[in-house]
Design a protein around this ligand. Structure first.
Ligand code: ZN
Length: 457
């Protein structure tokens, strides 16, 4: 029988004790019953639903720590991007797989049980399609499968280097494709690697600067014929220059333009909706789309601060992504998101459900909900019909001892002393991390070290 009893667990209705969880062969929860006296295997500790990481460029894991020097008198997102293109130019499919496997193991150890992969490294170093055009995507699928993490794979449509259909740069040759290419790739992937509870396909028009209004429309039309519910992710307003260029080219700011010209709803995730007016913030919240917030990357790249307080006030949906992977810590992303709002407004406890409400509790529940919607998969928490994705916090951890209810989430998010309290992790009904260890971590670390040595020599 696939079941366990959790000492205490965070359910959609709140904290409960002695929770019986049962799941089927597909890793889907079939029963969640609190106050159970069933004779199942007991799990000591606090069980939390696993979070979906809604934005990842796996290959960038290997660049973490390599761009923290001054390359330009005015270093910015744009000079970082030049370094990133140089690095991306060197990667083979085998390198990508080694990096992705290492990354996905690290994500699981931190408490992410799913990832949305915003994948644009499609072709070989000269920009020529591989014999199997989806070769790099297959590497990501295999890496996710070997690590045991749920995957929403979003092939990126990339066409131009800037607004007004400017020709792509040489550094973008590996990315360039068309709506037909994307849909063809999805059809081929679905035939060779059909979707299941742990694997979902969608698309990602890279940004308004990298596609045209016409090709965006064409992609969406073809996608909806293929799968009416498939998720659509887009980078939307990460940089102020991008906003200015969008106004010059399209006559509106990016979020406003997209809300006006596309059927934006809960199937959409707008990543880096960093630069919005109050009107855009409220309208995005009303659309039901997910705002994809990537606090450590947005800080690292000097993007700016998301309008979190106004967005929360308008009941907007959001989730977190580790994006460039300078960090793969769930708690660090959530903590930095709240801290960005404190620094901006010079107050404390900015993101909470109401007076007396826990900030950690609000952040964790919202990131769970938004991540699940953005992933387009059944990963919304510990209830029947959702995937058995969970983590167990070590009750012996110094940060957690003697704490109850949402104090546990406040401590998980805001305290950081010693090893992570994430002791065990289950994804799709399988224990993938036990006592902090992933079964493939040593093998993966060795392969990753070899890859890094090759890339940096
Ligand atoms: Zn991104």
């Amino acid at each position: 029988m696939k079941q366990l009893i959790a000492d205490r667990a965070l359910l959609p209705g709140g904290w409960r004790n002695n929770v019986l969880l049962e799941w089927d062969d597909h890793g889907i929860l079939t029963r969640v019953r609190p106050d159970s006296d069933a004779a199942a295997v007991a799990v000591a500790g606090t069980v939390l639903p696993g979070i979906a990481n809604l934005h990842s460029h796996a290959f960038q894991r290997a660049m973490a720590g390599l761009t923290e020097y001054r390359s330009d008198p005015k270093d910015s997102f744009w000079s970082w991007r030049t370094l990133m293109y140089k690095f991306a130019g060197k990667l083979s499919p085998a390198d990508l797989k080694a990096i992705a496997l290492q990354l996905y193991i690290e994500m699981l150890q931190a408490g992410y049980t799913s990832v949305c992969e915003f994948h644009y490294l499609h072709h070989d170093a000269d920009g020529k399609p591989y014999a199997d055009p989806a070769e790099n995507m297959v590497c990501l699928i295999e890496a996710a499968q070997e690590a045991g993490i749920g995957l929403t794979l979003l092939p990126v449509m990339y066409q131009y280097s800037g607004f007004g259909a400017q020709a792509p740069h040489i550094g973008q040759a590996r990315f360039v494709n068309s709506p037909e290419w994307i849909i063809g790739a999805l059809q081929a992937l679905q035939a060779a690697h059909p979707q299941h509870a742990g694997l979902r396909y969608g698309v990602a028009p890279h940004s308004l600067r990298a596609v045209s209004p016409q090709s965006l429309q064409q992609l969406l039309t073809l996608l909806r014929q293929w799968d009416a519910q498939a998720p659509v992710h887009i980078h939307i307003a990460e940089q102020e220059k991008e906003v200015e260029d969008c106004v010059a080219a399209l006559g509106a700011r990016p979020v406003a333009w997209l809300l006006e010209h596309a059927e934006v709803d809960r199937r959409w995730c707008l990543v880096h909706a960093t630069h919005m007016t109050t009107a855009e913030t409220e309208k995005l919240a009303r659309s039901g789309a997910v705002a994809g917030i990537c606090p450590t990357t947005e800080a690292n790249l000097g993007d700016g601060i998301f309008n979190g307080v106004a967005y929360a006030g308008a009941q907007g949906t959001w989730g977190i992504g580790s994006d460039s992977h300078i960090s793969t810590s769930v708690s660090e992303e959530l903590r930095l998101y709240e801290y960005s709002q404190r620094l901006l407004h010079r107050q404390r406890n900015m993101l909470a459900g109401g007076e007396g409400a826990s900030v950690g509790g609000y952040l964790y529940r919202q990131a769970l909900r938004g991540g699940a919607i953005a992933s387009g998969r059944q990963v919304a928490g510990l209830e029947t019909g959702q995937r058995a994705d969970l983590l167990v916090l070590d009750p012996q951890h110094a940060d957690l001892g003697g704490k109850h209810g949402d104090q546990l989430l406040d401590s998980f998010v805001f305290c950081q002393h010693g090893q992570t309290p994430v002791r065990d992790v289950m994804a799709g009904g399988h224990w993938v991390v036990r006592d902090h260890k992933h079964g493939r971590q040593e093998q993966s670390a060795a392969a990753y070290a070899r890859t890094m040595k090759k890339l940096l020599d």
